[in-house]
Design a protein around this ligand. Structure first.
Ligand code: MG
Length: 351
């Protein structure tokens, strides 16, 4: 059995700006697990928001006793083992869990979406994400995304209205909006969302800081009372808050959750979250970090089980080292190869 990893810098086609950071390159770690003649892959895309870097991922991999991975079918036991090594390091755990799933699919000869009980025709349309930028650049990016049917727009800095107006000057497509905790007061969030509701916005993701649960609850209640008795229907989706509260608590303030494999530690834990959120009547969006086709394909296989897809992490990069699930203008196309259905491209095949 061999467990190897290598660092890889994903290059973004455009500088990507959200409310707390701006990036051109995203360093990830790709994992290769070889066992019983099967080669399986995983990926960690560590995020500073959760105190992770490629160094913390590498350090976590260094703690793993490969013998504990001898039977990948024992997914529950393996996830418990990974949790016993550290309470954190979600993206490093995701990489291992994804590789275990890839191995299982290959061993059984089935694509993962079948293993999860999904149907490949049921992948929800994925949004194409547009980062925070100047109005001129937003117009250009929206035009470039002409083939995508739904756009996700990042806001949360003082130029929100300008950004949405710029997008609206060139498209009438449905927009989904992500504030990435950008609005710090509940009154500000209420004003912004009330305005967004008039702009054909489908939902708002993480309007306020994750820790401000009471404020978010107030926000949801106020939205339903606002507009002179007319309810403002704008589902509020938890993203960053998912790392701080359990589903039962989140359901008191949010209408849905954004599940990301990298944030939740992989496919097994994310499936459990899907079922838990459904039990609380919540909607589910499947999101991603900037990831190669390894991480995105893993999420794509899970996506027939969710309401909304936001799986464009590999579309935003120019040097994807793998080929896997395809994204055709937002429609995620799963292939029927066993496991993840990903193959390394030439530049990485010798690694
Ligand atoms: Mg988000």
């Amino acid at each position: 059995m061999k467990l190897n990893y290598w660092r890889f810098d994903l290059k973004l086609k455009h500088t990507f700006t959200i409310s707390r950071s701006s990036r051109d390159v995203v360093p990830v770690i790709l994992l290769k697990f070889e066992h019983e003649g099967i080669t399986a892959y995983g990926e960690a895309s560590p995020n500073a928001r959760y105190n992770e870097t490629t160094d913390t991922v590498a350090e976590f991999f260094g703690k793993i006793d490969p013998e504990e991975l001898a039977d990948p079918f024992r997914l529950e036991r393996i996830n418990e083992y990974l949790d016993s090594l550290s309470p954190h390091n979600a993206s490093a755990k995701a990489a291992v869990d994804i590789a275990m799933h890839d191995w299982i699919g290959k061993k059984l000869g089935v694509p993962l979406y079948k293993f999860f009980g999904g149907e490949k025709c049921k992948t929800p349309l994925s949004t194409f994400t547009i980062g925070i930028d100047t109005p001129e650049a937003i117009v250009k990016k929206v035009k470039e995304a002409a083939d995508y049917l739904v756009l996700k727009i990042k806001v949360g800095l003082p130029n929100d209205e300008e950004i949405i107006k710029a997008a609206r000057s060139v498209t009438d497509k449905p927009l989904r909006v992500d504030a990435n905790e950008g609005w710090k007061s509940k009154e500000e969030a209420l004003d912004r969302i009330t305005w967004l509701a008039s702009q054909n916005v489908e939902f708002i993701e993480q309007p306020m800081p994750a820790a401000q649960l009471d404020d978010t609850r107030w926000l949801r209640e106020s939205l339903s009372r606002r507009a002179s008795g007319r309810e403002v229907k704008m589902p509020i989706i938890a993203d960053e808050a998912l790392a701080y509260h359990d589903i039962a608590t989140l359901s008191t303030a949010y209408d849905g959750i954004n599940i990301k494999l990298q944030k939740n530690g992989g496919l097994l834990k994310s499936r459990k979250l899907i079922y838990a959120a459904r039990a609380h009547g919540m909607k589910i969006m499947l999101g991603c970090m900037i990831e190669s086709s390894v991480g995105i394909s893993a999420a794509a296989h899970l996506s027939p089980l969710v309401d909304w897809n936001d799986l464009d992490g590999n579309v935003l990069i120019s040097n994807d080292p793998f080929k896997g699930a395809a994204n055709e203008n937002g429609k995620i196309i799963l292939n029927d190869e066993p496991g993840l259905g990903v193959v390394p491209l030439n530049s990485t095949s010798d690694l």
